[in-house]
Design a protein around this ligand. Sequence first.
Ligand code: SF4
Ligand code: MG
Length: 311
Amino acid sequence: KNLSKHFVVERSFWGKPTKILKAVNNVSLNIDEGETLGLVGESGCGKSTTGRTIMGLYKPTSGEVIFNGENISKQNKMHKDIQMIFQDPYASLNPRMTVADIIGEPLEIHHLYSSLNEKNRRIHELLSLVGLSREQANRFPHEFSGGQRQRIGIARALACEPKLIICDEPISALDVSIQAQVINLLEELQQYLGLTYLFIAHDLAMVRYISQKVAVMYLGRIVEMATTEDLYENPLHPYTKALLSAIPIPDPKIEKTKQRIQLKGELPNPLNPPTGCPFNTRCPYAKDICKKENPELKNINGRYIACHLFE
Ligand code: SF4
Ligand code: MG
């Protein structure tokens, strides 16, 4: 709720902040239990920072993270019910630890077993949940393929029996042929364990497939949020339209009738964002007011949109 995360990237000699990166600005999201919320946007728009702030890896500059009715953003520890799957399965696994040690670490941190036997049984259970065998428990990450390493990362995330998993581009570092397998695994696990996902991605086709609701981010702000069907069938925000225009459509009939918007220009420097609507430097519909006032995210007939065209 109204979550912001700002980083000081430069200070004066006297310690006064001189450059601040407003990575996440006043972001409000709502994820229902058992649901997948897709969070999309170009790289550098603040998706990962949002996920990490919800997870407790960063302390919010302002705003709250409310989990099961409890404000957890003031706590100084990470919540065991919220776990994360990272983008890069190569970098996120310690090369000197065996798979059993990697998956067993969260069990240890949270004291989730009473005997070594129980710990091993749990590790084997987790391995089979993600489609790996117990014989693989004593191997090291380098002995596995990219897809298998991501399975290890998923098993580690599941160790504490979390409720919410933040998936930060979990497949974008994998071969295309492996991506669908990992997505199917995530879906099966969601069904089987009743998990809730925040699914961060820039692959819009994948997000459409896996999410029930989608939020679109631009320069640290949510510009539109809607059910997946509404968002993809009828995008309202000019930035969402532009993002969706970039997906190739195999059917030529649809291609002709669809309103295509080309994104002009570069993503502005997030250290020096435009005044007014952050999208005004690239928006084909920008009006005078767009350069002066930043539109707030408003509920318009059940859809959330931040754009002066809809006021
Ligand atoms: Fe475009 Fe203005 Fe809407 Fe921003 S507020 S998206 S600049 S029309
Ligand atoms: Mg990222």
